[in-house]
Every structure is written in C-alpha cells, then in structure tokens.
Design a protein around this ligand. Sequence first.
Ligand code: NAD
Ligand code: DAU
Length: 341
Amino acid sequence: MTVIVTGGAGFIGSNFIFYMLGKYPGYRIVCLDKLTYAGNLSTLAPVMGDERFRFVKADICSREDVDRLFAEEKPDIVVNFAAESHVDRSIEDPGVFLNTNIIGTQTLMDACRKHGIKRYHQVSTDEVYGDLPLDRPDLFFTEETPLHTSSPYSASKAAADLLVLAYHRTYGLPVTISRCSNNYGPYHFPEKLIPLVIANALNDKPLPVYGKGENVRDWLYVEDHCRAIDLVIHNGREGEVYNIGGHNEMRNIDIVRMICKELGKPESLITYVTDRKGHDLRYAIDPTKIHRELGWLPGTRFADGIKKTVKWYLDNREWWETIISGEYMDYYEKMYGNNEI
Ligand code: NAD
Ligand code: DAU
C-alpha cells in the first residue's frame, strides 16, 4: 500500500506520518510538501532514513509536479493535509488560501482521476460550520449542519469540501472527508494559541488573549485525530463526511491559565489584545457518527494531553526556538505590536 500524504511537514501531517509508519510496517509513505513557512523538514528528520518513506518538495497546485509524482508512485491512497491553515493570516491575505486550499485540492483530485486511486481523503475542519452561540451548550455541529463560514480560511476549506463531494458525485471519485475540531500536541506551529502561549510564557513574554478570552474551542490531542483519519481511510464509507471531536470544550482564557500553572508562570503575563475580526464564538463537534460507524473514541484526556504537550515543548526547545527566530518575528510584530487593549 502506498499512501501520499500532502502537507506532511506541518503539524498534523507529520504526526500522521509517524503514526502510519509505526502502525503499518508494510506501507510506503510519500510526503509531498511545498515547505511554506509552516512546513519544517527538521520535523521529519526521524523518518528521513526510513526506506519506507520518501519526501518530495512540491506544490499541490503544480499539475506537472503532482502528475509526475502520481505516475512514479502509483498511490493507493491520498490524504490531503496541505493547506494554509491560520485564520489570522487569511484575514490579512486571503489569496494564497484560495489558491492552495481550493485549486490545490482540485489539482490533487484531477491526478487521482487520471491515475486511479482507492481513496482520496480530504482533511477538513469544523470551522466550515461557522460558530455556535456561547449561551446554547446544547447545540453541536453534526455532519448535517449547514456550511456557514466566517473567515477566508474557513470559506476556502468549505469550498474545497464541496468540490470533493462534487468529484464524488460527478466522476465517481472514491472520496471521504473528515472535519475535526482544534488539535494540539507536538510540532504545533507557534503562531497558534497553545504553542504560542507556551513559547511566550517560557520566554516571560506577554500572553496575547483576543477579546475577553471567552471564545470556546473543542480541543483534541493530535494522535487521536490521526487514529480517526486512519479509520476513515480504511473503513469509512465513500462519499461520506465524518466529524471528529472529543467533547472537550474550553474557554481560551482557561487554557492560557492552565498553561501558566503548568509552567509555574504568573497570570500577570496575560495581556488582552484586540479581538480577531469575525471571531467565531464556539466550536463543538458531535462525533456520534464516527463512533457509531467506526468505533472511534478519543484516547487522551485534555489534562494529560496538555501536560504531555508542555513537556514536549520543554524537551524540544531547539525546534520552536529556530522557528521563532526567523521570518516568524516579522509576522509576530505585525500581528501583536501595539495591539494591547
Ligand atoms: P500546518 O499549517 O501546520 O501545515 C500545513 C502544511 O502544508 C505545511 O507543511 C506546509 O508547508 C504545507 N503546504 C502549504 N501549502 C502547500 C502547497 N501549496 N503545496 C504543498 N504543501 C503545502 O497545518 P495543520 O495545522 O497541520 O493542518 C493540516 C490540515 O488539517 C489542514 O488542512 C487544516 O485545515 C486541517 N485542520 C487543522 C486543525 C488544527 O487544529 N490545526 C484542525 C482541523 C483541521
Ligand atoms: O477548529 C479547527 C481549526 O483550529 C483549524 O481548522 C485551524 O487550521 C486551526 O488553526 C484552528 O483554528 P483556530 O482559529 O481555532 O486556532 P488558533 O490557535 O488560531 O486560535 C484558537 C483560539 O485562541 C481562537 O479563539 C483565537 C484565540 N487566540 C489565538 C491566538 C493565536 C488568542 O486569543 N490569542 C492568540 O494569540
């Protein structure tokens, strides 16, 4: 079995590659990644010498490169993680999000049609459903919840999802889609809330909280997401969407306080900054379908997962210190300089 994993030098894709190589000794895993600011080849260092693994630097929007790779590798399964993934960046500059997230998806699916595959899997997000009100804890996103996006990022992901379903209906492409809630864990890029707060706290820098910190996210340990995708690509029904989430809703401010406590840092580092434009209030996944059909349940409790994650950032300082010493600094200055309220 040959699996092409796009975006495998990023956060979730790299965790998925480690998971798959560990679980399936007979599988060949080919990672296709453009190595944007979010992709790090050093992340894949542990598997670079593995003869079952190949890394190819390419853009999912390049028909020529994608076609050549498919012709060489003849993949059975394609799992598309490659995306521009940060909401704040999509608000600043939507264009690259539309290109990678929509046109890139089309390019991959056209190659799948041409070369024939057993399964194309689109890694999507709960953000395609928009948000839920804070005062209705009884409401959850199901697979039937209408798509109702808020940011250029989520709009691009929803557009891609519709295209994937259209390729299934029109061309019979064997597709599945998973829509997961917020992930956390090792190799999370330090522009996202949890790793940013850990890195800043360790450097005794302000911890930026948007608005009042009351927005709610539904957090899942990254390995649980990888296990769910493994189940969907092998046992999920073609043409179906599967929501993935662990009923672990937390307010942003509570997460930040928890990290301060874990690191023994003072809450006085917390700094309230200007809110994100169009900021989604609450995400909450109903994972009944994937549990009922595929037997998936989350394995890591948040209290344990956040401890493991903090420990990983303490043990792997070089990984994130290298990142925050480069081009990232310009981004950080642009986003957070003079932004205190
Ligand atoms: P990430 O930003 O950490 O990694 C994205 C990877 O894609 C990087 O390695 C980057 O180099 C690569 N990439 C970007 N543009 C590319 C292109 N044009 N061609 C080839 N490679 C390209 O993202 P992530 O957080 O790991 O998210 C992976 C996927 O999961 C995304 O599709 C995202 O929408 C989805 N998702 C993320 C979360 C989350 O909490 N992070 C939750 C649900 C779904
Ligand atoms: O729900 C799944 C989505 O989760 C994925 O589709 C996205 O790719 C992923 O980036 C993530 O999106 P969020 O916008 O929820 O994640 P982020 O870490 O950027 O922000 C989490 C919450 O924390 C959100 O309410 C905004 C807030 N926040 C974020 C940052 C970066 C802050 O308060 N301060 C910050 O500095």
